[in-house]
Design a protein around this ligand. Structure first.
Ligand code: BTN
Length: 243
């Protein structure tokens, strides 16, 4: 699937580069990789620290023929692909915090940012950004409590090209399976690594704050949260915190 890799030394954000390429008609399966991002983007308008040579900073261009409401499933699929790839390369035990943070020992190792362009019913392009901390030896004080790297956790550095190849490999078969058979085969793989389910959580988003019990995800990848009154909410996008 990913035969076309566009490599940059330094870019503002691989997301922006990938989005431009997609708009110019570049097809599905192109990957944009950079050594460094000077304006890396995180979810919810945050900044993503993208130190030169320390991580995997890449964006995948996809053009799936799916309804735009299904795009969140691709985020979950990506979380599964990266989890499996890292486990096979490093043996580190990963867990997925809904929707898309990958944690080791409770600290964030990888973030995923999905950006979509769509008509009212059909998706035109989905750009999936993967930010994976690989060889950082440490983090500044404000981040060291919440962020980690493969190097810090495994006690040894990793070859980034190998990590990228492993991710693309896992992603390719999961994506093919998804396109031919739907989300039902991906969902249990996601659930097997999920730490958010069956816990008391708080979900914060622009729509408000909901506290309750995470029941699971539905077939669209939406989080089902039961509040303290017993009412179930469908959470499409939020930041969650364990209680
Ligand atoms: C998050 O907030 O957890 C998502 C972080 C996503 C970071 C990646 S790094 C490659 C791609 N380019 C960006 O500017 N962001 C994503």
């Amino acid at each position: 699937l990913f035969e076309n890799v566009v490599y940059h030394n330094s870019v503002t954000s691989t997301q922006t580069v990938a989005q431009q390429l997609a708009n110019e008609g570049v097809g599905e399966g192109t990957v944009v990789v950079a050594d460094e991002q000077t304006g890396g983007k995180g979810r919810l308008g945050r900044v993503w620290d993208s130190e030169k040579g320390a991580g995997v900073w890449m964006s995948l261009i996809l053009k799936p023929q799916i309804d735009f409401r299904k795009a969140p499933q691709l985020t979950l699929l990506t979380a599964v692909a990266v989890t499996r790839a890292i486990e096979s390369v490093s043996g580190l035990p990963l867990s997925i915090k809904w929707p898309n943070d990958l944690l080791v020992n409770g600290k964030k190792l990888c973030g995923i940012l999905t950006e979509m362009q769509a008509d009212p019913d059909r998706v035109q392009s989905v750009i999936i950004g993967i930010g994976l901390n690989v060889n950082h030896g440490g983090f500044p004080d404000d981040l060291s409590e919440i962020a980690t790297s493969m190097n810090i956790e495994a006690g040894k550095p990793f070859n980034r090209a190998e990590v990228i190849a492993a991710i693309l490999n896992e992603f390719s078969w999961l994506y093919r399976t998804y396109l031919s058979q739907g989300f039902s085969l991906i969902k249990p793989l996601w659930e097997a690594h999920a730490v958010s389910i069956g816990k008391k959580i708080v979900a914060r988003s622009t729509a408000g704050t909901t506290e309750g019990y995470a029941l699971g995800i539905d077939d669209e990848g939406v989080l089902l949260l039961q509040d303290n009154q017993g009412e179930t909410h469908r959470i499409y996008s939020a930041d969650i915190e364990f209680k």
